[in-house]
Design a protein around this ligand. Sequence first.
Ligand SMILES: [Zn+2]
Ligand SMILES: [Zn+2]
Length: 845
Amino acid sequence: MKYEPRKIDPIPEQNLIRGKKEMAYEPRKIEKKWQKIWEEKGIFRAEDFSKKPKFYILDMFPYPSAEGIHVGHPRGYIATDIFVHLMRRKGFNVLHPMGWDAFGLPAENYAIKTGIHPEISTKKNIKRIKEQMKMIGLGYDWSREINTTDPEYYKITQEIFLLLYKMGLAYEAVLPINFCPSCKTGLANEEVIDGKCERCGTEVTKKNLRQWVLKITAYADKLLKDLDLIDWPEKIKEMQRNWIGRSEGWTIKFQIPNSKFQIEVFTTRIDTLFGCTYLVVAPEHEIISNLKSQISNLKQVQDYIEESKKKLERERISEVKEKTGIELKGIKAINPINGREIPIFVADYVLPHYGTGAVMAVPCHDQRDFDFARKFNLPMIEVIKPYEEKKELPKEAPLIISDGRYQRAYEGEGFLINSGRFTGMKSEEAREAIGQFLAKKNLAKKAVYYKLRDWIFSRQRYWGEPIPIVHCQKCGIVPLDEKDLPLKLPKVEKYQPTGTGESPLAAISDWVNTKCPKCGGPAKRETNTMPQWAGSCWYFIAYLLHQNKKYFWQKEKIDYWLPVDLYVGGAEHAVLHLLYARFWTKVLYDAGWIKFKEPFLKLRNQGLILAPDGQKMSKSRGNVINPDPLIEKYGADAFRLYEMFMGPFEEVISWDPKGIVGTKRFLDKVWNLFGKEKSVISEKEDREIEKLIHKTIKKVTEDIENFRFNTAVSALMILVNELQNKNYGIWHLKTLLLLLAPFAPHICEELWQIHFVKSLKSKVYSSIHFQPWPKYDPKLIKEEMITLVIQVNGKVRDKIEVEADISEEKAKELALSREKIKKWIEGKKIKKIIFVPGKLINIVV
Ligand SMILES: [Zn+2]
Ligand SMILES: [Zn+2]
């Protein structure tokens, strides 16, 4: 690709310190100067509709917390910044924007404590973090900065909500939801971590609340299938697959004798149906109320159901707690495959919303059923023999096996036994055969079930996007007209959630009471607000729409820039933001608003940086490391280098306070290389250094491209150490700067301006960050070959051509594999192997 230098107005001479050499390297002096010049010149701005190929690189935008950023936060930002430098200099038109995900609980909790409006505290926090980012020298295109709490921004969030509503993907429901008693708000399943509130750690309870719910389940299949289209870490894809939890199987009807009712179960193991000896239904199952009059122990059953209502879902399905249950006496079900009457139990480990809310129990082949059957002394029938045990297939094994022979259920596949006409089949064949057999009698149907549930999309809080809906006494739910957006958050006196299931907005009667847009009659506004995930579901589009403090839907820009080519952020968002954003993207695609199906083509996750004590950094532990004093002392360049050098990008790693001292020393060395260059050096010396330089170009380029920043830095360190001990020319240092510039942009710009711009006799400000990325000469990096002599007991037996720097390990392996050598050592014990690098290898037998 041809590189076209960008024309930039000359900067005033006084801003350049060409020719004047600083005696010592004083990073902060240099860094502040260049940061100011870069910003004034707008050198990191992206150009819409440029003819160059586009590259959109995105960081997960932060929540502007009051603490500012600690040393763990910029790891991803520095990495993307380096990547941007590389791509821009390779000739791409690069977009790298930054913004603020500013709705959410911390700002609101702060407002409750202090009475300061979240808007004010948020503004203050943003200002501080932005300063920190600039201090690190991150080259964002700040002209596109966004903020999800800007009414102009959430106008579009609200428009998308109305789109979801009109597409039938947003609906109202009264649901028992996860409720945080401390935050006094409902939570999505994704926000409950080990039964606790993701935000505050309080144990989550259940509460019936009127909710807005998004039908993400309608996109379950697309969300699953399109994972194949994107280059994401396999670990994240697997987490999404498990979260969506698709399983294929059959629904089977079990008739209740002497009634018109039946119980439907879903199973992935219809091959074990002959082993089903009872059914279990959830306490919420309708069969209990439908057949109330026939249940002889109704009182006990109702007591049991009352008791289970007090339990959390997590307790109900807990592996450690003993399973409880009670038989529904007076009614039975018919196993459709063998006509046998079997008992029905109600047990709270069965959840109403998983599958059909009823399960067929096969004690011999499901551990949970096994434990339950043991406890209630229920019959067990073995119907699957593991394949490996098959010496002779038993014709018909003894039928009821409840004699304590087994300690565990066998859950694997195998040959069917005790299964009538299906005996002898493999599990896989039997699933189809038994399924089809019952399907013909209309007793079974192929089915697919998902673990994924619809997304609870409302919060009973103040600091979120108002939901643009009114409730009219006559018309019911009425969406606002788009021209009436944004529906702005009103000012309130108190931010406290009421805890009654209503948000603080409910208390502002002149906001709540309104006119119905449809009939003009009296109506009330929706008082729930959107969850903090709403704004981040589409923010990657918002950067393209922001212009003069307004947001417009600009199709051409969207088509030019999107989808995002590279997305970098923490892995903790695997099933939250990363799933929600994919969902909204698919909805916008189906609505024709955008032309891409997946928002983020490539995703990389940075590892967490821990405190030096190996703990997660947190305010409460008092181990948070603030980058500001480190940058003041050692400079942003040394800070950036250490962040990248400390270890592999994806790995969790502890901060080492000494690390930055080392990278600062490295930059001192770079600085001191200048002025010691020779004007004439021998061809041999030149060639040697050129070879190392071209190897370094290759290594640094490929390492950045593959997110191996730590080894890229170490390659640069090796180069600098070599130069220190050799005679080198200024032209060698030029390439060094060109390679180091993405990592340490300030010192490289300074040295570039002093030593190279002047020599170009150019009056034009020619930033190092616009110089074409260096290319390596493949001929120069080709390893030299040598002839390696192979001896056996000191006698030459073979010779091979190998790379000059072949390792001992590799030389041994190669020598021992040679046919000519094999015949000399066959059957003999190798006593030792002597390796003389670059010359010979001697095998002593
Ligand atoms: Zn909470
Ligand atoms: Zn109305």
